[in-house]
Design a protein around this ligand. Structure first.
Ligand SMILES: [Mg+2]
Length: 457
């Protein structure tokens, strides 16, 4: 996986060193000698990850990071702070500024490359979701971010998998201000727990006597229901090769014992924030897809959905030699409703008409608004005579009870005409199928409306 990485450091030798290592891994590298230039580059070009020095004249790394994270256009870019300072307080300050990770100078090669790779991988997932959400015209990125900010105050739900009671207690105490923690010492039971309940984060403490914690990490990443939950690994000093493998497996972050409670809190918050942001994006993508196939006024499926789904039903009926019928129905003299009572009344009628269709069709039938005052019901496994019975039932339900109008005392008498077609000889395509039904509808209108006509086989 290739990515564009921005290296920011005021000392040219440091820039050169990191640049050379990243180029050797085939990353695309940009460089900046100060914070101002770094912000400029991020505004102008697409950057996938930033390696950011802390001690710089003018604007230091903390401030650069804060500015990046405050700007909706750059806040999703992961930031790794590279620093000679190895004080926990600086790490916490950086994490509060929104940094995603730290590397300490002199930078260890393996850690550099594995951290960069894992953050780039995470970012590409987020990017994909961002693009899909942005494509939806009705969901603005800014709205999403606002919602996400609001949810930050909610207490996180964390699953802690830890083999020892004493460290469980310490971690629960440290996380108390920000999260509710469920602690478990059995890794297998923890996998089920994670799959069953909606956690924001799983912390795996690698302190089991006879269990490989990476097995748990890999299971969490593989299972459909847990693959989007962030995982934070706690490992011993010197367990570098395990950490590298964990990051390769998709573990999101790690901490080294002895734990600094502030850093634990800061890292958990970062993961929870990220998780909620991605959840929000995913939900909006799903809603967008639903909107795309739903008629906004009636809540029935729309024409686009019908066109696609009818193809599938038609092909299946032909392949299996099963009957398939369709009913096109049109509200009689609907124009008169709009002209006499206004368009709001017309909308009321359409909505109520859709409700009556919904309450009449069977579970397997597909009801759609075809456009205007025309509706279509597709009936799988249904021969012509049964389709006529169902259409007749619908016709009677429409005629049977006047349609109430919202905010008006009047109720309107509404009737509908219906044309039915059933797949058979002479119908080779879904388009011909609908055309036959449409012709039958025309016959019903011509014969005086408020009736059901089935196309001749
Ligand atoms: Mg410096």
């Amino acid at each position: 996986m290739t990515a564009r990485i921005l290296v920011v450091d005021d000392i040219p030798a440091n820039v050169k060193l990191l640049e050379a290592r990243l180029l050797a891994e085939y990353f695309d590298v940009l460089t900046a000698e100060n914070g101002y230039r770094a912000l400029e580059i991020c505004e102008q070009t697409q950057v996938d990850l930033i390696l950011l020095d802390i001690m710089m004249p003018g604007m230091d790394g903390f401030e650069v990071c804060e500015r990046l994270k405050a700007n909706p256009r750059t806040q999703h870019i992961p930031v790794v702070m590279v620093t000679a300072l190895d004080q926990p307080s600086d790490r916490v300050r950086g994490l509060k500024a929104g940094a995603d990770d730290f590397l300490t100078k002199p930078v260890n090669d393996l850690q550099l490359i594995s951290r960069v790779k894992s953050l780039v991988r995470l970012k590409s997932l987020t990017d994909e979701l961002r693009i899909r959400a942005e494509t939806a015209q009705n969901i603005g990125m800014e709205d999403l971010l606002r919602i996400h900010d609001g949810r930050l105050d909610e207490v996180g739900q964390i699953l802690l998998v830890d083999g020892r009671a004493s460290s469980q207690e310490r971690i629960i105490r440290a996380l108390k201000p920000i999260a509710e923690v469920v602690a478990m010492s059995d890794p297998q039971a923890a996998v089920f727990e994670a799959a069953e309940n909606g956690f924001d984060l799983v912390i795996v403490n690698a302190n089991f006597d006879d269990y490989d914690p990476l097995r748990l990490c890999s299971q969490l990443r593989t299972l459909e229901r847990t693959r989007f939950i962030p995982v934070l690994l706690i490992a011993d000093q010197g367990a570098e090769s395990m950490i590298v493998r964990a990051l390769d497996l998709g573990v999101n972050d790690y901490l080294i014992r002895p734990l600094d409670p502030n850093e634990l809190v800061a890292r958990c918050l970062t993961q929870i924030r990220r998780k909620r942001f991605n959840d929000r994006l995913r939900t909006s993508v799903k809603q967008t897809i639903e909107l795309a196939v739903t008629d906004g006024l009636t809540g029935l499926s729309n024409r686009r959905y019908l066109d696609n789904h009818l193809k599938i039903l038609f092909a299946r009926a032909q392949a299996r030699g099963r009957p398939l019928s369709v009913c096109i129905t049109d509200i009689d003299r609907f124009k008169l409703v709009n002209d006499t009572h206004g368009h709001d009344a017309g909308d009321d009628v359409l909505r109520e008409f859709a409700n009556r269709i919904r309450s009449t069709v069977r579970g397997a039938d597909l009801a759609c608004r075809f456009g205007g005052e025309e509706f279509v019901v597709v009936m799988p496994d249904t021969p012509a005579d049964v389709a006529v019975v169902i259409a007749e039932r619908l016709r009677a339900i429409i005629e049977g009870k006047p349609f109430a109008l919202k905010g008006a005392d009047v109720a309107l008498n509404v009737t509908a005409s219906m044309g039915i077609a059933t797949v058979g000889p002479g119908i080779e395509t879904p388009e011909q199928f609908l055309k036959h039904a449409d012709r039958a509808l025309y016959e019903a209108k011509k014969a005086g409306r408020n009736r059901v006509v089935a196309a001749a086989a």
